[in-house]
Design a protein around this ligand. Sequence first.
Ligand code: SF4
Length: 370
Amino acid sequence: MKPLELYIHIPFCIQKCLYCDFRSAPSTKEERQEYVLELCRQIRTYRKTAGDYHIVSIFVGGGTPSILEGEQIRGIFGAIRDTFVVDEDAEITIEMNPGTVTEEKLKVYREAGIDRLSIGLQSAENEELKILGRIHTYEEFLDTYRLAREMGFGNVNVDLMSAIPGQTAAGWEKTLRKVAGLRPEHISAYSLIIEEGTPFYEKYGKARDDADALRDDPLPDEEEERQMYRSTKKILGEYGYQQYEISNYALPGYECRHNLGYWDRTEYLGIGLGASSLLHNRRWDFGEEPVALSIQEQMEEYMFLGLRKTEGVSRSKFAGEFGRGLDEVYGNVLRKMYELGLLEETGDLVRLTERGIDVSNMVMCEFLLG
Ligand code: SF4
């Protein structure tokens, strides 16, 4: 049996954050119940596929999965365990937002085998939370975090966001230090991206023009943003966190196995509205037809995803996977990137340098073979 990661998508939120372009929306109780029943039905349709695999990790993401009642989560995990062979030591994560979590729900999570919580905080400054349109305050996050610890959860991630409108490098540092001081096992720190179709796009779509400088809460400029990114590694390092991916930091031994599997191109099955899958080198978004990836596309993905990890890409694994050496396929690109100081090599591994991380999108484009 081969390893498989399972992703379950819950597309509901209390209200839409002003920057969010994820597939999520407010909903009624009835809509949620209907969705959960359909989700359970869909999960059970994979019984045949399930025979070839054992589940190494499950990630219930959103949206805000913690909006569901405990009973609904119990139902989803009942369907999963009836259908799939789940490893005893599988990493099982659920995403949650402060203000939607109760002791009762956490109890159900434990009974269902969930052993990792991922809490969406974004900022420890209430003013910034308000600007983002979040439903909670920092104090409400603290209540959720403490409750999770009291209920015995020993593996907690906190999601943070930098480059928030009006944020300064000093403000970001304050958030990092407050959160790191709580000692969650994992911290994800992403930079705000202004996505089309969001209220933030309306307000900041033409950001960094003259009008932006006059706003009360302007976006940090590119240099400030880079400064925040660099300070993240330094500050979290002081608290014992190691960066293992462009935006992810963990105490030793607590790297997110589900995410690592994704960057290593472990096969995964996504169930639910906004979920995507990679099985037998075919990719698809939920409800769409699978598309077979050519060898060229597989190599490109291998590089894009692998280079996100600070460890980098293994030459021997690349050769093992594709039957061709990295130099044979990408020799010219590697030479150019080494010369520019954007990639470096240690033994078997090729990775981004700090400068390379600054311009990672540009570096990744170099690995397109078309
Ligand atoms: S809680 Fe998350 S998924 Fe929901 S609207 Fe906010 S950012 Fe989007």
